[in-house]
Design a protein around this ligand. Structure first.
Ligand code: UN1
Length: 478
């Protein structure tokens, strides 16, 4: 059996029962074995993080900077290898995997810099002779729970700010993608993190995640994943009065107006809805198209879809990799059946595909004649499935775009400054894209949404400090 990748607890690699990590592009390919942590090991990890907190939260800025910088450098240097591991365990294409790896490096680089830019405010008091200082301090032990769809970027954008601001971490990656999580922890550990500052506990949500939720010793939890799990995380955090940050689903609209440049609109739609196999919370799953351009748009989008190469993620020329696993594929197929039953027209795709290697291949599916009340328009599918909703004009498009329980990202394709400006102001979403796909965001600016998509402070960029620090106001009589 291949080498067992173990959990890191209090600076020591700890054994556990190995679970096989399977390649969704080729189910005969076992990437490695990764130890599932027990509840007791999760408790050990939390204790270790607690013990390491006082020293780490007061550690020198240059120490934090150097470790984050070194981590960034190693990720950049190994981008091809790590990008390949990512593509192999998650199923996005090799170029997408390498791109995501570079993004993880950029996140570490950004927060290496932020460690040197910590600042507060000094203001006069309303009482003469008194001074007031406003500073930010680390929150404590942060529990990090990450999803399978961005196996390296999401761990990076949670771990980097946590460490930058002086927190200690217990990190539980998604069961389906332990490979990148293990690699990033190994890099940080070798970069010189003191023991206990970053602990890795791989394994089941019901065991490891639950131990984190139940422990009174975790001060904050940041979670990206499903609405159902996010709701449970929030309830557990409320019980302990702990800080919580949730990034959950999306049902992101891409509005296409009559005056849009057709090629731009089709590129945005196909990229936003289907790249990364549609497995992004920012995916454009609702294509809201005005009637004057509707038929031309559907025709051009279908043509583009027909030409897309769906195949093994590691194969050169593949544009869409497989779905991540059998469960997700079954969910995608379930929704395709629901859409048909609801009366939407399956204009293209939706069938399982066989390729040279056995994997979870699905032909990207495009529905037309969908309405915004159908389940396929309201519930997150999280696969390469999108629906075209025909509308009369901009006003109806905006109202359909906003009529959703979610509010992560919203896009518009138009050449009208008036409509673009109005949409930016009135879209009920955390992120708005004009003539760009709804998915694919920068690493240095805030990420997050509204309504059922997100809860708590934004992630990424300088706004990350809101979650990973707590504010102190100190008064001094001179
Ligand atoms: C992106 O679209 O570039 O889980 C990022 C997700 C998001 C990240 C999307 N948290 O899909």
């Amino acid at each position: 059996m291949a080498e067992l990748h173990r959990n890191l607890i209090d600076g020591v690699w700890v054994d556990g029962e190995g679970v096989a990590n399977i390649n969704p592009s080729d189910t005969n390919d076992v990437i490695g074995h990764y130890a599932g942590a027990t509840g007791d090991q999760a408790a050990d990890a939390i204790r270790a993080a607690r013990a390491a907190f006082p020293a780490w939260s007061r550690s020198g800025l240059m120490e934090r900077h150097a470790i984050l910088r070194k981590t960034a450098d190693e990720i950049f240097a190994r981008k091809d290898e790590l990008g390949r591991l990512l593509a192999r365990e998650e199923g996005k294409t090799l170029p997408e995997g390498i791109g995501e790896t570079v993004r993880a490096g950029q996140v570490f680089e950004f927060f290496a810099g932020e460690a040197l830019r910590l600042a507060g405010e000094t203001v006069p008091s309303v009482r003469p002779g008194v001074g007031v200082e406003i500073t930010r301090e680390a929150v404590g032990v942060v529990g990090i729970i990450t999803p399978w769809n961005f196996p390296i970027a999401i761990p990076a954008w949670k771990i980097a700010p946590a460490l930058c601001y002086g927190n200690t971490v217990v990190f539980k990656p998604a069961e389906l993608v332990p490979g990148c999580a293990w690699a990033i922890v190994d890099i940080l550990h070798r970069a010189g993190l003191p023991k206990g500052v970053l602990n890795l506990v791989m394994g089941k949500g019901s065991v490891v995640g639950q131990a984190m939720l139940d422990s009174p010793d975790v001060d904050a939890i940041t979670f990206t994943g499903s609405v159902a799990t996010g709701t449970r995380v929030a309830a557990a955090c409320a019980k302990h009065m702990r800080k919580v940050q949730l990034e959950m689903g999306g049902k992101n609209p891409l509005v296409v107006l009559d005056d849009a440049d057709l090629a731009t609109a089709v590129d945005c739609a196909v990229n936003g809805a289907f790249f990364s196999t549609g497995q992004r919370c920012t995916a454009s799953s609702r294509l809201v198209v005005t009637q004057g351009i509707h038929d031309r748009f559907v025709e051009a989008a279908t043509e583009k879809l027909r030409a897309l190469v769906v195949d093994n993620a590691l194969k050169e020329g593949t544009q869409i990799g497989p779905v991540v696993d059998e469960n997700q594929l079954a969910q995608d197929e379930k929704y395709i059946a629901i859409g048909r039953d609801e009366g939407a027209k399956l204009a293209f795709g939706g069938e399982r595909l066989n390729r040279e290697t056995p994997g979870f291949y699905l032909q990207p599916a495009l529905f037309t004649e969908a309405s915004n009340t159908m389940r396929i328009s309201r519930e997150e599918i999280f696969g390469p499935v999108a629906s075209v909703i025909r509308v009369k004009d901009y006003e109806e498009a905006l109202s359909v775009a906003n009529d959703t329980p979610f509010g992560l990202s919203a896009g518009i394709c138009t050449t009208s400054l008036k409509h673009a400006t109005h949409f930016k102001r009135n879209a009920e979403a955390g992120m708005v894209m004009v003539n760009l796909p709804t998915a694919g965001v920068d690493f240095h600016v805030p990420f997050g949404g509204r309504k059922g998509s997100s809860y708590g402070p934004r992630e990424q960029g300088r706004y990350a400090a809101e979650f990973y620090t707590t504010v102190k106001t100190a008064y001094t009589l001179a």
